[in-house]
Design a protein around this ligand. Structure first.
Ligand SMILES: [Zn+2]
Length: 114
């Protein structure tokens, strides 16, 4: 029973992580398109930022209940990247509702729930 529960948790958390990586990719992409004059692909700087963010999400310390990164108390991002991702989130965050409404609502739901 206990083991079963742990596996369920892991599955849920893994799905959340995949979803959050997709979300962060979309946010960086939106930001890059409009601010770095890129079209389909991310610029080198944003690729690096995405890879770093994805690795942070993969190695997230939260095993049971994972808060959304913007609400997290563990500062796992290195300073330079934290500043960069903040800039991206501040810019793309409000625009997500317009570009990806379902995803934006789901994000708000996670933000309230966890
Ligand atoms: Zn860029």
């Amino acid at each position: 029973m206990g083991k079963y529960k742990v596996e369920i948790n892991k599955e849920i958390i893994d799905k959340r992580k995949e979803w959050e990586k997709e979300t962060i990719y979309k946010m960086i992409h939106l930001y890059c398109m409009k601010n770095h004059d890129k079209d389909k692909q991310l610029c080198d700087e944003c690729v690096e930022l995405y890879n770093y963010s994805a690795s942070r999400i993969d190695n997230c310390v939260h095993k049971k209940r994972k808060p959304v990164c913007s609400k997290c108390k563990v500062h796992c991002f290195r300073n330079e990247y934290r500043n960069k991702i903040r800039t991206v989130m501040r810019w793309s965050g409000p625009r997500m509702i317009y570009y990806y409404p379902l995803r934006a609502f789901k994000y708000l739901y996670y933000k309230m729930k966890y």
